[in-house]
Design a protein around this ligand. Structure first.
Ligand code: COA
Length: 173
């Protein structure tokens, strides 16, 4: 099911058939350098299954990022619920296949997810959790209109919490 369309991308729900294409993203050592380890094949399968459960439980999750010009799955971007400092927050997350970095694709998808989140969900704030050292991801959050809100321990690692409020997003179209 397609969820969102931007000028270059379609975001659609993942299916179990996406494992091999997503593995080119999530099993890449360089792409996953801020994670404990790249995902193996079973890890990618579990990751897709978790997001398919999220579509049912929450109505949203991380979606497959498809390049319109080729039809290829080239990453993911979407909204997930994350428990931060005792509060459920809505987070925008993104991964892009390494050969396509630096073309503004993550920013294009993240901005669409931000606008989708504020138009469909009754939340006043959307966040992105980012490791301090992850400068490309921090830059995407900034281009998505977010600013650093606070620093937290999350998944046993120090993270910056970037955030944008509903009224700020309306001014940042
Ligand atoms: C983060 C990621 C999704 C960005 O994807 P992308 O499509 O290349 O992003 P964009 O092209 O929209 O923007 C990247 C920005 O980071 C900047 N950037 C790249 N490397 C950088 C570095 N080492 N230091 C500072 N900025 C950097 C780019 O110049 C660009 O900013 P600009 O438009 O102002 O020039 C991609 O790098 C990725 O998949 N990383 C690994 C997964 C990951 O860490 N995901 C986020 C988890 S929080």
């Amino acid at each position: 099911m397609n969820i969102l369309e931007t000028s270059r991308l379609i975001l659609r729900e993942f299916s179990v058939e996406d494992v091999d294409a997503l593995a080119l993203v999530l099993s890449d050592q360089e792409t996953m350098r801020f994670y404990p380890a790249p995902f193996d094949h079973a890890g990618v399968e579990q990751w897709i299954a978790k997001n398919i459960r999220r579509y049912t439980d929450d109505g949203y999750g991380l979606w497959a990022m498809v390049l319109k010009s080729t039809g290829e799955l080239i990453g993911d971007c979407g909204l997930t619920v994350q428990h931060v400092d005792g509060v459920d927050e809505i987070e925008i997350g993104y991964h892009v296949r390494r050969d396509l970095w630096g073309q503004g694709l993550a920013t294009e998808a993240a901005r669409a997810c931000r606008d989708y989140g504020f138009s469909r969900l009754p939340t006043e704030r959307i966040i992105s959790l980012i490791r301090l050292e992850n400068l490309p991801s921090r830059r995407v959050a900034e281009k998505n209109g977010m600013t650093v809100w606070k620093e937290v321990m999350w998944a046993d690692l120090q993270h910056l919490v970037y955030s944008i409020r509903r009224e700020e997003a309306a001014e940042n179209k």
